[in-house]
Write a protein that binds this ligand. Structure first.
Ligand SMILES: O=C(O)CCC(=O)C(=O)O
Ligand SMILES: [Mn+2]
Length: 145
């Protein structure tokens, strides 16, 4: 068993249980602030969310490795909306077949929306960096079926 290289918390409606990377996450109750954010993101995306995975990258040594958010409980063509807070983060995309890659700078307060075939065709990651980075937080709103 290894520690994941970041802090993580799972919030959601009571039945929004998520199995991810061999972990089963039971949801914490929505806080008042999270409910406001969920409503605003939901109105912007015209999409309902019943859960949110929060990630905290404590410094430049924290990361999330290449993956797609394609667990069966996220359903077909999942829409995932990701809010960033703290210093600018580089969000990396890599195409699963061609290997084509992009990096997207995400500023504090920005909203990244992944939808359609994004999870089917692309992986994403936040890399560790050599340059010192202060704490960054990301809230990814999802819908568990
Ligand atoms: O920090 C991010 O923006 C990515 C987090 C992520 O990919 C995830 O929680 O599945
Ligand atoms: Mn992800």
């Amino acid at each position: 068993m290894l520690d994941i290289p970041r802090l993580q918390a799972w919030y959601g409606d009571k039945d929004a249980v998520y199995t991810y990377s061999k972990m089963t996450l039971q949801p914490l109750n929505w806080t008042a602030t999270l409910q406001i954010l969920k409503k605003r993101v939901s109105e912007f995306c015209q999409h309902d969310f019943n859960a949110m995975l929060a990630n905290c990258y404590r410094d430049q040594r924290d990361s999330v490795s290449w993956h797609s958010d394609d667990e069966p409980e996220l359903g077909f063509q999942p829409l995932i909306a990701s809010l960033s807070f703290g210093c600018e983060r580089e969000f990396h995309f890599k195409h699963k077949v061609s290997g084509e890659s992009y990096k997207l700078p995400l500023q504090s307060g920005s909203l990244l929306v992944m939808s359609g075939d994004t999870q089917k065709n692309w992986q994403h990651a936040i890399h560790k960096t050599r340059i010192e980075k202060p704490m960054r937080i990301n809230l990814t709103f999802r819908n568990i079926q």
